[in-house]
Ligand binder design. Structure first.
Ligand SMILES: CC(C)(COP(=O)([O-])OP(=O)([O-])OC[C@H]1O[C@@H](n2cnc3c(N)ncnc32)[C@H](O)[C@@H]1OP(=O)([O-])[O-])[C@@H](O)C(=O)NCCC(=O)NCCSC(=O)C[C@@](C)(O)CC(=O)[O-]
Ligand SMILES: NC(=O)C1=CN([C@@H]2O[C@H](COP(=O)(O)OP(=O)(O)OC[C@H]3O[C@@H](n4cnc5c(N)ncnc54)[C@H](OP(=O)(O)O)[C@@H]3O)[C@@H](O)[C@H]2O)C=CC1
Length: 553
């Protein structure tokens, strides 16, 4: 068999004639090897490839020479390693998608990653699916996407199916982009450890929203300088808090104390009549029985410690408000876990008791209510400072008397006239929410955590300003929830309260609550000064409505 190419053009025709004459009998005798077709591929196509009928024995397909040259996928996907299959499919998909986009007039960013393009799966473009026995993680993204669309894989279970949180996010984004017919170009997802989110902070993850974080302060708080990280998109807020910190610190600093602590959960139970309900309340109120319930409750956690149970009756229903210390955790899971254990015991003791819900809204979690304002929830904190008259004038651009008058008219009388509950302040929620966002707190609890009364008095013959901020229900933790996410943990580090201190459970969460209260005082002072001096709108137009914001790329 000849395998060398003819060296001279005059012998070329002779070479091909001899070659074909030898090949034909071998082909019919079925003794021909694929390697014997080598001259066809190597040199034959260069001569007259479009005219050949080339039997390609591998892959069991027959194509013309023309098709053989154009055929870019030498093997079907199923015979290739999974990673190579995926790459090929992505490549094919981008080509397909680009064509579709051109047809549909949808612009495609050249910088986009393959996973950011809108899937356009059609029967023609869909590669052959492999056998269902192949583990999901070995399928390509597009194959998995197709399975999700068919309901064979649940979109929210992608993380556990794949064992790869980032890939799960990528596939979910493909799905959403296809549904919306929009690319999620500016919703980032890369360089994020979604493993820390899984089972802890969020489900159906498609990315993350970056929020700018500013640093206010430091503020002198109980003799210590503390910097306050604030995540916000409201221009002017950090500047204002920063100014308040400066005014407080230059005047000698602030003092802050915790007056009560305890997270609450109030299940609602119902009895057949009011007599049974009353018997139940009397049983709970007996100190001996309370001891038994406390033992059960406390056994559910190393840190949660029951401190109080208060029953409220409404007809034959009873709302049992449990209050407990939760160490450095905000404590909603902890308290609910302890309450469930106690309810199990109560159900076994009171046949007639029907549990309607583990939360009966007298807790009260994430809703405005008087009970948190009056009884407290989480940490009850109070903060004071004496602002010297010269600082009021120099830093805050106002006078002591103007601040005192405005505080009465706005924060006390104005809020009373509005029928406010816990809203006797100017903007406590601004600071609470910004610090909550920065430090991984449960932001919905800004509702009750922003309960605040701001009081101002002139002192030292009207020269200086004495100010207090009272916040009865700041709900914060330095462990659990979103506090372990890297960026949020880093903000806790700025305050110096990340995690917990060995042997001192609750100390870090106490310090975080105090820091928030002091920061609220700074914000109150600065905003009240701006309002009394008529500077609010001017400052917001400067810092909240920049004409041409500088962009960084
Ligand atoms: C904006 C200021 C602070 C200017 O205040 P200023 O006194 O005109 O500015 P200044 O240039 O003289 O600076 C004084 C200090 O303010 C700080 N400061 C000044 N500028 C910056 C800046 N760019 N970035 C960071 N810090 C800044 C900084 O500490 C500075 O001192 P320095 O460090 O220079 O020695 C002031 O006008 C102010 O506090 N305005 C009030 C804004 C505010 O509190 N907004 C909150 C949101 S309002 C709202 O959402 C709720 C509302 C209003 O509806 C509630 C209600 O019903 O009352
Ligand atoms: N379940 C509900 O009804 C609600 C839940 N939430 C959510 O609950 C989460 C917060 O619940 P939370 O109970 O605070 O947190 P976790 O559910 O994370 O519980 C705290 C965990 O940290 C452990 N721990 C370690 N060190 C400490 C320490 N020093 N102090 C306290 N605990 C420590 C606790 O141990 P141990 O196991 O021994 O107790 C516990 O396992 C948030 O994600 C929030 O959004 C919000 C509102 C309602």
């Amino acid at each position: 068999m000849l395998f060398a190419p003819p060296n001279f053009s005059e012998t070329r025709e002779l070479f091909w004639i001899i070659y074909i004459l030898i090949l034909i009998p071998k082909f019919f005798a079925k003794v021909m090897s694929v390697r014997e077709l080598f001259p066809f591929f190597k040199w034959g196509f260069n001569i007259r490839r479009s005219n050949f009928l080339v039997p390609i024995l591998s892959n069991n397909v027959i194509v013309t020479g023309e098709e053989a040259v154009q055929y870019e996928k030498p093997l079907p996907y199923k015979d290739l390693p999974p990673q190579i299959q995926r790459n090929l499919e992505q490549k094919e998909y981008i080509i397909q998608n680009d064509n579709n986009n051109k047809n549909n007039n949808i612009s495609t960013s050249p910088n986009l990653e393959s996973t950011s393009t809108i899937p356009q799966i059609t029967p023609e473009s869909t590669p052959t699916l492999k056998s269902t026995k192949v583990p999901t993680k070995e399928l390509s993204n597009l194959e998995i996407l197709e399975k999700v669309e068919k309901g064979e894989i649940l979109a929210y279970k992608l993380e556990s199916e794949l064992g790869d949180c980032t890939r799960a996010v990528e596939i979910r984004r493909l799905l959403l982009e296809k549904q919306l017919q929009k690319k999620l170009e500016t919703l980032p997802y890369q360089q994020y450890d979604f493993g820390k989110v899984q089972g802890q902070c969020c489900e159906n993850v498609i990315g993350y929203v970056p929020i700018p974080v500013g640093a206010a302060g430091p503020i002198l708080l109980n003799g210590q300088m503390v910097t306050i990280p604030m995540a916000t998109t409201e221009g002017c807020l950090v500047a204002s808090t920063h100014r308040g910190c400066k005014a407080i610190s230059e005047s000698g600093g602030s003092r802050c104390s915790i007056t009560s602590r305890g997270m609450t959960r109030a299940p609602v139970v119902r009895f057949s009549d009011i007599v049974k309900a009353a018997e139940f309340v009397n049983w709970i109120n007996s100190p001996e029985n309370y001891g038994t319930l406390k033992e059960v409750f406390d056994s559910t956690s190393r840190f949660a410690r029951l401190s109080n149970i208060k029953c409220t009756v409404a007809g034959r229903s009873v709302y049992i408000r449990f209050k407990c210390d939760t160490g450095d955790a905000m404590g909603m899971n902890m308290v609910s876990k302890g309450v469930e254990a106690v309810l199990d015991l109560l159900k076994s003791l009171f046949d007639d008791m029907a549990l309607l819900s583990v939360s009966g809204n007298m807790c009260t979690d994430k809703k405005p209510s008087s009970i948190n304002w009056i009884e407290g929830r989480g940490r009850s904190v109070v903060c004071e400072a004496l602002i010297t008259g010269d600082v009021v004038q120099k830093v805050l651009k106002t006078s002591v008397q103007a601040l005192v008058d405005l505080n009465i008219a706005k924060n006390l009388v104005g809020s009373a006239m509005a029928g406010s509950i816990g809203g006797f302040n100017a903007h406590a929620s601004n600071i609470v929410t910004a610090v909550f966002l920065a430090t991984g707190q449960d932001c919905a609890q800004n509702v009750e955590s922003s309960n605040c009364i701001t009081q101002m008095e002139a002192c030292n013959d009207g020269q200086d300003l004495y100010m207090t901020v009272t916040m009865p229900s700041i709900e914060v933790g330095t462990v659990g929830g979103g506090t372990s996410l890297p960026a949020q943990a880093s903000c806790l580090d700025i305050i110096g309260v990340r995690g917990s201190i060995a042997g001192k459970p609750g100390a870090n969460a106490d310090q975080l609550a105090k820091t928030i209260c002091a920061a609220v005082m700074a914000g109150e002072l600065s905003l009240m000064a701006a309002l009394s001096a008529g500077h609010l709108m001017k400052s917001h137009l400067q810092l909240n409505r920049a004409k041409s914001p500088p962009s960084t790329n």
